[in-house]
Design a binder for this molecule. Structure first.
Ligand code: SAH
Length: 478
């Protein structure tokens, strides 16, 4: 009997591997038997590899080893195994830039990846089988879609640079062109950085905690009639009237669609982009967009979905699944500027929205007025506190929409839903992993999942939105 040849699995070694699945981030996964540098046998040891696709046979170089998995970089893909959905990425920066991570897949392949990722996550992490999955709603145009751009700025050897971070690092890939944000936003963000440099305000250096300009954010409405510029600075030590006047006049002379400029101050180190303090130096501090036929004011700190076309599809589909009636009392938890609740308001009796960011709640209240909506009320609080409070006050919701951030719902909130037996839960999630965890809890307490609908709001990246409708047959209807 011949003994099986086992390759040595250590950093720097090149191995041959077949790609058999994907991670949530779209990295290819290949498993291999080998030995580690202590001569221990590793069986079915998984490697995660960027830029490779299902069924491809590759030569990869190991870049990182842990006890249970490793990372590797692709060196060669065997031609005859090339996945038919592979395309040449349209962006030259793609191999390095951390902004996109599945641009090597044709858009049809991206949709399949996302649909399957939602299903496998709900099955593996939530133990949820036999669900009804509607076909994922894809984008008609999977490029130039982002209405918000947040670009890091840094300085190296006293030279200010602007661009997205490289994958898994804080080195910057200089921004010249970006295929997922509006072209005007790219031109504007580069222009703003150049003005700061011209006026003598340096980019921030993370390593030495020196310099001023940390990020530039741009937000725009759908028809590009209104833009907001938000330079994020470490402090306001550089600020005087001369600077402000020059900054404003240079920007609005060239970009007439800039309606407001807000300086945001973030003195802290770390990954959070926006700080608490802000100073509106030009305009009203918000822009207005039209979404699903309603007008919405959006301030610098308020959340607003980044893909207009797909957000309309998401909200319309979610509300269609909810099958609302004039008897419904709807809670919009994690409501942001009130989008979902206000869009639903025509169809229901009353809307109660709750959101933790005060500026967003101010927007939500203005937005109700702006659209002559009188049956919607908004409160600034955490959803977990406020919903129990409303229930204690005797409000009897028939449906709750939860649209939490990536970390999902607080368990107290799920407890309130379960104990009060709210008839329908419409869960809108940007993270299938926390969705799976939360759905499991609801399903274990009398809720049935009736529909799962993926919507692609983030083409070229592995992110996806998922809408889930749950009903409690024994639930309160009124
Ligand atoms: N439904 C909105 C916003 C969804 S994003 C829309 O579609 O536009 C999630 C929102 O939850 C953000 O606005 C965030 O500020 C808010 N948030 C985060 N944690 C919260 C909490 N514990 N309670 C209430 N709101 C919260």
């Amino acid at each position: 009997m011949t003994e099986e040849y086992l390759p040595l699995l250590e950093v720097g070694k090149t191995i041959r591997i077949d790609i058999t699945s994907y991670t949530h981030e779209g990295l290819g996964v290949g498993k291999i038997n080998g030995i580690n540098n202590k001569e221990e046998k590793l069986e079915n040891f998984p490697f995660f590899i960027f830029g490779v696709m299902l069924n491809e046979r590759c030569l990869v170089k190991i870049t990182k080893m842990t006890k249970t998995f490793g990372y590797a970089e692709v060196e060669k893909i065997y031609y005859e195994t090339t996945n038919p959905n592979r395309v040449i990425p349209m962006c030259e920066s793609y191999p390095k830039c951390g902004g996109c991570n599945i641009m090597h897949m044709a858009y049809s392949g991206q949709k399949t990846f996302k649909q399957e990722m939602i299903k496998s996550t709900l099955e593996k992490l939530g133990g949820l089988t036999d669900l009804v999955y509607h076909p994922l709603i894809g984008a008609d145009n999977p490029t130039l879609y982002r209405n918000k751009v947040q670009v890091p700025v840094n300085s190296v050897f006293n030279k200010t640079r602007l661009g997205f971070y490289e994958r898994d690092s804080h080195n910057i890939v200089s921004l010249t062109k970006c295929y997922i944000q509006s072209e005007l936003s790219t031109a504007l963000v580069i222009f703003v950085k150049n003005i700061f440099t011209e006026l003598g305000v340096m980019g921030y250096n993370e390593k030495y905690d020196e310099g001023i300009l940390k990020h530039i954010l741009i937000r725009k409405n759908h028809d590009e009639s209104e833009f907001m510029v938000i330079p994020v600075v470490k402090n306001l030590s550089f600020l005087n009237k001369d600077f402000t006047d020059k900054l404003i006049s240079k920007i609005i002379n060239k970009f007439k669609m800039v309606k407001t400029i807000v300086l945001n101050v973030n003195p802290k180190k770390g990954n959070t982009i926006l700080g608490d303090e802000q100073k509106i130096i030009y305009g009203k501090g918000y822009i207005t967009d039209k979404l699903c036929g309603l007008l919405f004011n959006i301030s610098a700190k308020s959340f607003y979905q980044v893909n207009h076309e797909q957000t309309e599809k998401l909200y319309n589909r979610a509300l269609e699944l909810a099958n609302l009636t004039k008897d419904d009392i709807l809670i919009d938890a994690y409501c942001g500027i009130g989008t979902i609740g206000l869009i639903a308001s025509k169809k229901v009796k009353e809307v109660y929205g709750v959101e933790i960011i005060n500026d967003a709640v101010i927007n939500a209240k203005e937005n109700a007025k702006l659209n002559n909506i009188v049956n919607a009320k908004f409160v600034c609080n955490t959803s977990e506190d406020q919903i129990q409070k409303w229930l204690d006050e005797g409000i009897k919701p028939s449906i709750i929409v939860v649209d939490p951030p990536r970390k999902g719902c607080d368990e107290t909130l799920l407890d309130s839903i379960i104990n009060s037996k709210i008839k329908k839960v419409l869960y809108i999630s940007c993270n299938p992993a926390t969705l799976a965890r939360d759905l499991r809890i609801l399903v274990d307490h009398d809720y049935q999942i009736t529909d799962v609908q993926g919507v692609d709001l983030f083409p070229q990246t592995s992110h996806v939105e998922t809408v889930c409708l749950l009903t409690n047959q024994a639930g309160n209807n009124k």
